[in-house]
Each structure stands twice: as C-alpha cells, then as structure tokens.
Design a protein around this ligand. Structure first.
Ligand code: 9MR
Length: 589
C-alpha cells in the first residue's frame, strides 16, 4: 500500500524500477516483524512471527528466491503490549551479505532487509540530516534538501521581549535578534529546555566517536570546511541558543508565537515571535550545554568555545540566585499579555538540572565548588533514571564516564560508583531484553515506556546501553541496544519502520508542518515518529481514528495525531546516537 502511494510522485523510470518491490510488498505479511533496514553479518538477527503455529522459517535470497537458511521458530509467549503471541526466528548464524526476506510456511513472506557491513550508515546520516531540514532562518536549496527544498522562514531578527521577560534594560516590546536554531518538532517554535537534551545528545555522540565523525560527510552547505559536519550542524542550534541569554545571565524559556501555526511552510508562518520569561530549568540546561560545547568546540573554534564557557558560568550563577523559577504557562497567562499557548516543557523539579549543570561545569573547570554542588555520591543511591527532556542528570553521568581521565584524582572513587550505577541501569534493560521480553527487546522494561514520544524512550534506552557497552566492552549490552534499533525499524507492535523514508512499511503522514504543506508526497526523510502512546492526548483531533488502546499498537499514521506521529529534535537525537554509535562500532568498509 505504501509503495503504491509512493510511486504517484515518481517519474516513469522510477515506476518501472519500483515494480519489483510493489509486487513484493503485496505478498509481504505484516505478521512478521523485523528490522526493515537490516543487520550486520556479525550481530544478532531476529524476526518475530506473530500469532502463528508455524514451527519453521526460511531466509530467502530476495533476487534468486533461493532458500539460504532455515531454522526453528521459538515460542516466546504473549507480548503484553500488543497482545500478540510471539515466535522468535533467530538467524544470527546466517552471515552472508545481500538482500533477503524471511518466509514462514502458512504465514507468508516478510518485508525485505539487507545484511551488509555498513547497514546503518545511510539511515544514520539521514537521521542527522533531519536537523538540516529543521533549520530556522535559512533557505534550503535543492542541492542539499532535494525535493524538499524550501524558502527561508523565521528570520527571528525582530523577536519581541514578552512582558514576562521584561527587565529595566530590556523592557517589554524590546526587539532582539535570536536567529538560527532548529525548529523543535512539528511546530516552528524553539524551546531551550528541549534543545538542551537534544544538543547535548549529539555533542556526546561526537565526543564518544570523534574518529568516525571526523570523516563523516553530511549533505549540508558547510561540508567543505575543515570542521566535522556533525559539529557544523550542531553549531546551527548553538548559535541560536547563545542568543537566548539575557544580560543578567538568565535564559529565556522559549522563543515562540502566541499560538501554534497552521499547516503552512516556514516562509508563510509570519506571526510575531516572542522570547518568554527566564526560568531555572532553561538556564541550567543552557549552562550544561554550553559547558559541553566549551570542551567539544575547543579544538575547532577556541574563541567560540571560551565564550560558551563564560556564558555557562553566567547562567549557572543566575540559577544559584534564582533557584526555583518554574515555568507555569497558565499562571503566566493570568499575569501577562499576550497569552502564550505553545509547548510548555514545564518541568517542576529542577534538582536534576542543577546536578547536570554542576557536573558539566566541574568537568569543564575542575573547580571543587561545582563538584560539591553536583553531590554525586549522595544522589547515586536514589536518583537517576533514563533521560528525557525533564530528567537530565543521567546525561551528566555519561559525561563523567567519558571524561573520567580529566577529573581530579580525588574523584576516582566517585567515578567507580558512577560506573556501577550506569552499568546497573543498563543491566536492567539488558536482562529484560534477553530473559523476559517476548519480542526480545529492551523496550517495554517498564509499563511507562509507552508514553508521548515512546520511540525516544526506546532510543534513549539504546543510548544508555551503548554507553554501557563502551564502558564495559560487554557484547550483551550491544545486542540489547541493537534490539531497540530493530524495534524502531520494524520489530514492533505495528510493523512500521518509524524513520521516515526507510523500510517498506513507511511512516507517510507525520505531524510535521513542512511535510504537511510542501506538496511533496513523501515526508522529509530521516524523521523518527513519536511512536505508540495509549495516552491518546490528541483523540479530540483524531476523532474516531484510534482503533486500539494497546500500548504498542496505539499509533496512527495521520497528521492529526500529534501524540503518536509528531517528530521532534529530542526524539531524533537519541536515534542518531543509537544508530551512528552502532555504526561507528560495527560498521566495516
Ligand atoms: O515531548 C513532550 C511530551 O513529553 C509532553 O507530554 C507533551 C505535552 O506537554 O509535549 C511534548 O512536546 C511537544 C512540545 O510541547 C511542543 N513541540 C512538540 C513537542 C512534541 O510533541
């Protein structure tokens, strides 16, 4: 079906080329769930056959239709999140590169997949490419954006200081320049809290795999300069973030319209934009990111790096003086005009943001006052969980591990505790993946995993597991990390490959304004859809469209479904981390 839709916009030659895959897709059954991009010769290869009594499976060469491998299906019980009976087809032993599908007698054929030495390179680059498409304040020429080329939007050079952000020197209505940055998601606003974790995640990816990224080419305008392309892309957002700091060190919570735009292109979204009140969460996330930028950009741009550190310190000092300025949009709207009704990112607990910022500043400066503020040992016993935009201190643990050789020696015992903590968090996921999950994935370790942006939970679990793998060298973590990648690329409750433009059962209608308005049939490629979410917060907009409340199936590929089918920078960044850290580790030329 998806293939049929897609050919409408292809030229004649492309139609002919597509015929094989259309015939194929018509025969393929969605009952077999597997990574539709593919596998490395040397890593685990698993497909899940749902609701079937079949006992054997075959791997078939897609071109010759030859059986190249056969195996037994292993019953795994019912997967509670989709209420499907799972049978595991493990073909890890088959390790020849090529294009294949799985065939199960009485069930049918799977979507095709590849076994190749660089299986995640293209899709991984596309996931970073998404950020290029999210760039504000610039046109995207066809040379880089292909058929999704578009005019510039949101110059953001006349941004209005909202009443909530007014000071004596920047009174209400003052205009400031706050250009560039990435649009947050399907909407065109720019939020510091969410930029915090997203920008960090990508800088951590670079910091952990510098050799891989020093030569990785992205299709972006900066790709002929001497700076790694991933750092050029991240810089686009950092250049915006640095403008969000007020003169007193505090950082505006967001840059936004009063209300979400309709489905229009960036150039047609011309309503006034405001910077909104300074908050402790935004200021601390900013402080953390700038301290990381200081170390990541030191080699390529010393002046910028020094400026980032100065801004980080100023932000942290502001937060120490303003410890609990929490964003509450309703309360703010009672006091100030105009009302603001866009994304809130309203985190009521900033202790984890304090800890994260203190850790990053400690790494940057080795100053004991930051180390004391971070108070790691005390909180290690109780706190720390999988990161998300509102819970960020585990990001600090990643940084501590990565930078452990540059910390004062007195910190060595703390580092040991941090290692234990990180490994024990990852072990919980790994054990669930290998011993409990009926789909043999880490996703689903907790009921709460299927929330708004559930796919980012799967991706962040993968990132945690990759951190544990890098730290310990234990391949079980890598296997568990890849299981979540398999989940996101097709081994899941719906059978969708959740990254736009990839796989056979593709996401075609994500909640993403440019993709809705550009007149191109296919959405912008490389975007991770939010994922199944039984919360159905958008049910009012998607009237009658939800057909199930099953956590892993509650997903609608329609634009109305902003609670399951939106895209966002904080969901794409961890999938980029997961895919490209795996590729940096396993990819072979
Ligand atoms: O990702 C956010 C999710 O955790 C919240 O539950 C939800 C409702 O507040 O908002 C999500 O973030 C959205 C943001 O507010 C505005 N831009 C789109 C984001 C993704 O849906």
């Amino acid at each position: 079906m998806v293939s049929m839709l897609k050919i409408k916009s292809f030229g004649f030659t492309a139609v002919l080329l597509s015929i094989a895959s259309i015939v194929f897709a018509q025969n393929a059954t969605n009952k077999i769930r597997l990574n539709q991009v593919g596998f490395y010769p040397t890593t685990e290869k698993v497909a899940i056959v749902t609701d079937s009594i079949a006992r054997e499976f075959f791997v078939i060469n897609a071109a010759t239709k030859e059986k190249v491998y056969s195996g037994e299906l292993k019953p795994m019980g019912m997967w509670e999140y989709s209420e499907e009976y799972s049978n595991k087809a493990d073909f890890t032993k088959f390790n020849k590169t090529g294009k294949y599908f799985i065939s199960v007698p009485g069930v049918g054929d799977s979507y095709p997949f590849e076994i190749s030495n660089q299986v995640n390179l293209t899709v991984g680059k596309a996931s970073l490419g998404f950020l290029y498409y999210q760039r504000a304040s610039t046109a995207l020429p066809a040379q880089y954006a292909g058929k999704w080329a578009r005019a510039a939007g949101h110059p953001d050079d006349q941004v209005i200081v909202h009443a909530s952000a007014a000071t004596a020197t920047r009174p209400e209505g003052t205009k400031i320049k706050s250009s560039k940055g990435w649009y947050d998601a399907g909407d065109y606003n720019k939020y510091i809290v969410n930029s915090g974790i997203s920008t960090y995640t990508l800088m951590a990816l670079y910091e952990q795999y510098p050799k891989f990224f020093d030569t990785l080419k992205l299709n972006i305008p900066e790709n002929t300069n001497s700076i790694p392309d991933i750092l050029d892309e991240i810089r686009w957002n950092l250049d915006w973030m640095v403008t969000m700091q007020d003169e007193d060190g505090g950082v505006y919570h967001k840059l936004t319209n009063t209300n979400f735009d309709g489905s229009v292109m960036p150039a047609d979204a011309v309503n006034g934009r405001y910077v909104i009140m300074k908050t402790t969460a935004a200021t601390l996330d900013f402080a953390a990111v700038m301290a990381v930028a200081y170390r990541v950009y030191k080699k390529t741009d010393k002046a910028f790096s020094d400026k980032c550190l100065a801004q980080s310190i100023a932000a942290y000092d502001w937060a120490k003086k303003n410890k609990n300025v929490i964003y509450n949009q309703g309360v703010m709207n009672q006091k100030f005009n105009p009302d603001i009704n866009t994304g809130a990112y309203d985190d009521g607990n900033v202790s984890d943001e304090f800890q994260w910022a203190a850790i990053e500043l400690f790494i940057a400066t080795n100053k004991s006052s930051y180390g004391e503020d971070a108070n790691i040992e005390f909180t290690l016993r109780t706190d720390f969980e999988l990161p998300n935009w509102a819970k960020v201190n585990t990001l600090g643990l990643y940084s501590l591990i990565q930078n452990r050789d540059y910390l004062p020696e007195t910190y060595a015992p703390t580092v040991e505790l941090v290692k234990d903590k990180l490994l024990s968090m990852a072990t919980k996921l790994q054990k669930y993946q290998s011993n409990k999950s009926a789909f043999a994935i880490a996703m689903g370790v907790s009921n709460g995993n299927f929330n708004w942006g559930s796919n980012s939970t799967a991706a962040n679990q993968g990132m945690l597991l990759m951190n544990a793998y890098k730290l310990s060298g234990d391949g079980a973590y890598l296997t568990a990390a890849i299981s979540n990648l398999d989940y996101l690329l097709g081994r899941n409750g719906t059978g969708y490959c959740y990254i736009s433009g990839y796989g056979t059962k593709q996401v075609m209608n994500p909640h993403h304004r440019p993709s809705e308005a550009d007149g191109v049939l296919e959405p912008v490629p490389g975007m991770l859809a939010g994922g199944p979410n039984p919360g159905q917060e958008d049910a009012g907009y998607c009237a009658g469209k939800y057909t199930t409340k099953l956590p892993a199936k509650c997903y609608i590929d329609e634009q109305c479904s902003y609670a399951t089918n939106e895209v966002a920078i904080n969901w794409n960044s961890p999938i980029s981390f997961l895919i490209l850290s795996v590729e940096a580790t396993k990819g072979r030329k």
